[in-house]
Design a binder for this molecule. Structure first.
Ligand SMILES: NC(=O)c1ccc[n+]([C@@H]2O[C@H](COP(=O)([O-])OP(=O)(O)OC[C@H]3O[C@@H](n4cnc5c(N)ncnc54)[C@H](O)[C@@H]3O)[C@@H](O)[C@H]2O)c1
Length: 362
């Protein structure tokens, strides 16, 4: 992926895989293609506490043996204020103080709770992330959003605050279940659709097994994905404009996730197909591009068809809006790599959901 070096050269500070991305409020040090041992230098054990979940602890505890470590039960159901309070009390027992750093070692759930806890404990501690899922490497650890769910409301309590560093050790992915690889690829495909057609081209030539066997290719792909998210977040940290492009596939996707008991990645994959169909109608996306995106989703183990009731999905979409209007801000693509937000009527979205429910992509 020769194009990557040119694209990334703007950000590199050294010839190694470290680069600093300036944000309006903070600078995040990236250590991609690094090694877990590097954590000793970035966050020395004597003043660092690691937060992780029980799965990651069971699989990788050897790596944290020098650190004090707090564990939470794994899974979205535990991304709650109760978990935060429980951890805060444990920090008090460990006599954590203003100079203590927290490091989240885990998937997006662990990154979210670590960033949130670190931001509010004693009005703010330093924190860093070692993401251990593909999704958290390319998405959840980046952008400074940290939060927890409140009852049924996702990410209702939270804060925007950047970590001091993000460290990738790709060997942590060796234990990742196949379904979690697919979830991560859904977001990478999204980045390709909205901002970087070269990602879609590369993905269309490879598959999950290829990336598992070739860490250097996986690292290049992750860098391209990290770059897309950073470029967008950098331009709009507080989500008033361009950051909304990251919601491509997430409007219908969120409704599919709630109503059809799908993982987030599966739901977003299906949401992206609906968004492509809408894009064909409102900004003349070439249907062949939709076909190519569908085949890339299939290649990475993501669903491309679903039996569902459009009316029940529309119900969630209207609820999500929380306003009594007839239209919705919807992310569409004019072509692969070029996205924009359009105000569209619910009626038009419903027509496309009906089309999608009846579609046979094969
Ligand atoms: N803050 C943001 O900007 C942002 C963006 C996207 C997603 N998120 C959040 O991220 C979360 C989803 O992230 P996720 O998909 O990483 O989920 P997750 O953190 O729940 O991890 C998924 C599963 O994989 C396990 N796991 C983690 N690393 C592993 C490894 N190396 N080997 C084996 N198993 C491992 C976890 O224990 C868990 O069971 C959601 O809470 C979502 O809201 C946040």
């Amino acid at each position: 992926m020769a194009y990557l070096s040119a694209y990334l050269s703007l950000f590199y500070t050294t010839a190694t895989m470290q680069f600093a991305v300036p944000f309006p409020t903070a600078t995040v040090d990236y250590h991609l293609e690094s090694n877990f041992d590097e954590l000793h230098r970035l966050a020395p054990p004597q003043n660092t506490i690691i937060i992780t979940d029980e799965h990651v602890w069971e699989l990788h505890q050897e790596r944290f043996r020098d650190y004090r470590c707090l564990k939470v039960p794994a899974g979205e159901a535990h991304k709650t204020p109760e978990t935060i309070l429980d951890l805060a009390r444990q920090l008090v027992s460990l006599e954590a103080h203003r100079k203590t750093s927290l490091v989240g070692v885990g998937g997006g759930m662990v990154c979210d709770i670590t960033g949130f806890l670190a931001s509010i404990y004693m009005r703010g501690l330093c924190f860093g992330f070692v993401p251990t899922t593909l999704l958290s490497m390319v998405d959840a650890s980046i952008g400074g959003k940290n939060g927890v769910n409140l009852d049924v409301y996702k990410n209702m309590l939270g804060i925007i605050r950047q970590p001091k560093f993000i460290l990738h050790d790709l060997s942590l992915l060796d234990t990742l279940p196949e379904a979690e690889w697919s979830n991560g690829f859904a977001e990478i495909i999204k980045y390709g659709c909205i901002s970087d057609p070269r990602i879609i081209q590369t993905l269309s030539e490879n598959n999950i097994t290829f990336y598992k066997r070739r860490p250097e290719q996986l690292a290049s792909l992750i860098e391209a994905a990290v770059n897309v998210k950073n470029k967008i977040v950098n331009a709009d940290e507080q989500e008033t404009g361009v950051r909304r492009l990251l919601n491509f596939g997430h409007t219908a996707g969120h409704a599919f996730e709630i109503r059809c008991k799908l993982s987030h990645g599966q739901a977003v994959a299906l949401g992206m197909i609906v968004a492509c169909m809408v894009s064909e109608q409102v900004c003349k996306l070439d249907p062949q591009e939709t076909t190519r995106i569908i085949s890339v989703l299939e290649r990475y183990g993501l669903p491309t068809r679903l039996e569902f009731e459009p009316a029940s999905i529309m119900e969630v979409l209207r609820m999500d809006k929380k306003r009594n209007t007839d239209d919705v801000d919807y992310v569409v693509i004019e072509k692969t790599g070029k996205a924009c937000v359009k105000q569209l009527s619910f009626e038009l979205i419903e027509q496309n959901l009906v089309r999608f429910a009846a579609a046979d992509h094969h």
